[in-house]
Design a protein around this ligand. Sequence first.
Ligand SMILES: [Cu+2]
Length: 152
Amino acid sequence: MKIDKIEKRVIITAMCMMGLFVFSLLYAKTKYKSNVPECLPYDKAYTNPKINQIDDKTYQVFSVASMWKFEPAEIYIPVGSEVDFYLTSKDVVHGFNIAEKDVNMMAVSGAINKTTVKFEKPGVYNIVCHEYCGVGHQNMHAQVIVNYPKAK
Ligand SMILES: [Cu+2]
């Protein structure tokens, strides 16, 4: 089978672009220590929304997105906490964005995405859905509340 010259060029160019893309990702990860989210093997345990406290400053959040909410909706943690977010969706694809922390993940049903975020300053960090997911999309948000007492 013979491949057309132009087609060959397109394939080589595409492969170079892919190589450059992977290189850029790895470069950014090492040089700027940027946190590239991981994709974990699917486990039903993560579909149950909860907050686990590992120690004083380490938390695990199992965040479950669905039309049109995030569970848990309010996450109270002390200043300086490191949080592992495990994210999944119950239905369609949702987004998970914490603008102040450069967190940008997708919530996909049947997949678990993980990222680690350190909250060094007190305040309220908004989590918003940034993937259009239906008529209630604009109401879909949650909050990470750092160093504020939990309301009774
Ligand atoms: Cu959504």
